[in-house]
Design a protein around this ligand. Structure first.
Ligand SMILES: Cc1cc2nc3c(=O)[nH]c(=O)nc-3n(C[C@H](O)[C@H](O)[C@H](O)COP(=O)(O)O)c2cc1C
Length: 418
C-alpha cells in the first residue's frame, strides 16, 4: 500500500528503458492515466535517446524523472518506491532484466525497483536473438520465481524489418494486465505465490446426439474471473473449463487450461488436477443429469419424437471431499433460485467442503452470464461474508481472501503441531 499517495488513485510507477519500443510506453502511460491511475514515469538515460521525458510529463500525473540526483525530491527512489502500488517496466531491456536480477541500483529506475515492496511487472522487448539468449531466458526465469510478473513479448515485426519473438506486448494488453493487478483499493495482495489452485468454469454439455446437448445458463465468467484474480495474487492455476472464454494475455501465459465438455470429462480432469492442488474451487455449473447413452447418429424427425431418459452424473464436489489431500481447501458454488439460506446451509453440511459460495440467480444482474454477481460466502467454520452486487473480479477476490485466510490458518496449525 502506498505510504503517502498524492490522492486516492492507485499509484503506478512506469519505468521506460532504452529500446525502440520506448515510444509505445507513451500509450501505456496514457491508458493508465485514463483508467484513473496516478502515473509516475521514470525514464532511463538510454530511454531519453529514444523518446523525450516531456512527452510522458504531458500525459502522466507528475513530471517524468530520469535521475537519482538533482530532481524535485532529495530521495526520489524511496519516495517512488514507497508510494508505488505497482511498478511496471515497459519496455524492459535485456540490460534492465539483468540489472534487476543482480539487484543493481545505480540509476533512478533500478534504485526504485530496489526500494519498493510493490508488485513489479516487466514487459520485455528486444530482438529475437537477444530474447532467446540463454542469459536473458535465465534472468526471466529467476524474476518469475521471485514473484515478478513477466508480460511476455509477442511475435511479429521488429525494428529493421525483422520478424520474430521479442516485440513488446500490445500497450492495451499491458495496461489491462496492470489494471488486473490493481484491486479496487489500489493493490492486489501477492498472498498466493506458489499456491496450486484448480478452478472449474462453465456449464457442462451433455450430449444427446452428435449435434445436440443439454446444458445450462452458466457463462463461465465467474470461474475465469477467479483464475485471473488467483494469477494476479501469484497462484499456479489450472483452469478446467467447459466455457471457451478469453483470459487476459498474462493469465493465458500463466494458466494451464484444460478444455472439457461433459460432466464426466470435467470430473476426470478435476480429479487428476486435484491430486496436486492446494485449493480446488468448483465454480463450474456441472450437470446434475445427463441423457442415458447418447445417439451415435443425429436424431431426425422421421424417427419420431425421441424420449429422453436421464441419469444422475457423478457428484464431483462430493468425490473431491472424499479424496481430499491433507490441508487441501475445497470451495463449492451453489446457484439457487429459492429457499436460498436453508438450501445453502444444507448443501454445505452435506458436501463437506470448506467454503460454499451461494448466489441467488433469480435476482437481476446476479450470476449466469452477467458481468456482476452478489454472493454469500459460507464457511464450515460458521463465518459468513456477504458480497453485495459487484464485478465478478471483486467477488473472485473476496472468495480468494477467504481461501488465503484458511491456508494461513492451516499452515499456522501445522507449525504449531511441529
Ligand atoms: C537503436 C537501438 C535499439 C535498441 N533496442 C533495444 C531493444 O529493443 N531491447 C533491448 O533490450 N535493448 C535495445 N538496445 C540496447 C539498449 O539501448 C542498451 O542495452 C542500453 O544500455 C539499455 O539501457 P537501459 O536498460 O538502462 O534503458 C537498443 C540499442 C539501440 C542503439
Amino acid at each position: 500500500m502506498a505510504l503517502s499517495p498524492p490522492d486516492d488513485r492507485p499509484v503506478v510507477v512506469l519505468g521506460v528503458c532504452g529500446g525502440i519500443a520506448a515510444y509505445k510506453a507513451v500509450e501505456v502511460c496514457r491508458l493508465l492515466s485514463d483508467a484513473g491511475c496516478y502515473v509516475a514515469p521514470i525514464l532511463t538515460e538510454s530511454a531519453t535517446q529514444f523518446i523525450t521525458p516531456l512527452t510522458f510529463s504531458a500525459l502522466a500525473s507528475e513530471p517524468a524523472q530520469t535521475s537519482l540526483y538533482g530532481e524535485r525530491h532529495p530521495s526520489p527512489h524511496t519516495r517512488l518506491g514507497r508510494m508505488a502500488d505497482l511498478v511496471v517496466v515497459a519496455p524492459a531491456t535485456a540490460n534492465l532484466l539483468a540489472r534487476l536480477v543482480s539487484g543493481q541500483s545505480d540509476d533512478l529506475l533500478t534504485a526504485t525497483l530496489s526500494a519498493t515492496t510493490a508488485t513489479v511487472l516487466v514487459a520485455p522487448a528486444m530482438h529475437t536473438e537477444m530474447w532467446e539468449q540463454s542469459s536473458v531466458q535465465a534472468n526471466v526465469a529467476i524474476l518469475r520465481e521471485r514473484g515478478v510478473v513477466v508480460i511476455d513479448p509477442e511475435s511479429g515485426r521488429l525494428a529493421g524489418g525483422d520478424v520474430g519473438a521479442g516485440r513488446l506486448a500490445d500497450p492495451a494488453s499491458i495496461a489491462q494486465v496492470v489494471l488486473s493487478h490493481l484491486g479496487p483499493t489500489g493493490a492486489v495482495a501477492r498472498d498466493l505465490v506458489g499456491v496450486k489452485i484448480t478452478i472449474s468454469a462453465g456449464g457442462t454439455r451433455e450430449a444427446i446426439d452428435p449435434v445436440r446437448y443439454l446444458s445450462n445458463r452458466s457463462s463461465g465468467k465467474q470461474g475465469y474471473a477467479l483464475a485471473e484474480a488467483a494469477i494476479a495474487r501469484g497462484a499456479d492455476v489450472t483452469l478446467v473449463t467447459a466455457a471457451r472464454l478469453q483470459l487476459s494475455p498474462i493469465a493465458r501465459a500463466a494458466t494451464t487450461v484444460i478444455n472439457v465438455d461433459s460432466a464426466q470429462q470435467m470430473g476426470d480432469a478435476i480429479s487428476a488436477a486435484a491430486e496436486q492442488a492446494d485449493v480446488v474451487i468448483m465454480a463450474a455449473a456441472v450437470a446434475d443429469f445427463r441423457p442415458v447413452g447418447s445417439s451415435a447418429t443425429k436424431l431426425t424427425k422421421d424417427l419420431g419424437i425421441p424420449t429422453l431418459l436421464l441419469e444422475e452424473t457423478t457428484d464431483i464436489l462430493a468425490s473431491l471431499v472424499q479424496r481430499r489431500r491433507t490441508g487441501q481447501v475445497i470451495v463449492g458454488f451453489a446457484a439457487e433460485t429459492h429457499d436460498i439460506a436453508s438450501r445453502a446451509a444444507a448443501k454445505l453440511a452435506r458436501k463437506g467442503c470448506d467454503l460454499l459460495v451461494v448466489n441467488d440467480v433469480s435476482q437481476p444482474e446476479v450470476g449466469f452470464d452477467h458481468e456482476t454477481n452478489a454472493v454469500t460466502i459460507m464457511g464450515k467454520d460458521g463465518e459468513v461474508d456477504q458480497v453485495p452486487l459487484s464485478a465478478k473480479s471483486t467477488v473472485a477476490h473476496a472468495v480468494l481472501d477467504r481461501v488465503a485466510r484458511l491456508l494461513s490458518q492451516r499452515s499456522q496449525e501445522r507449525n504449531h503441531h511441529v
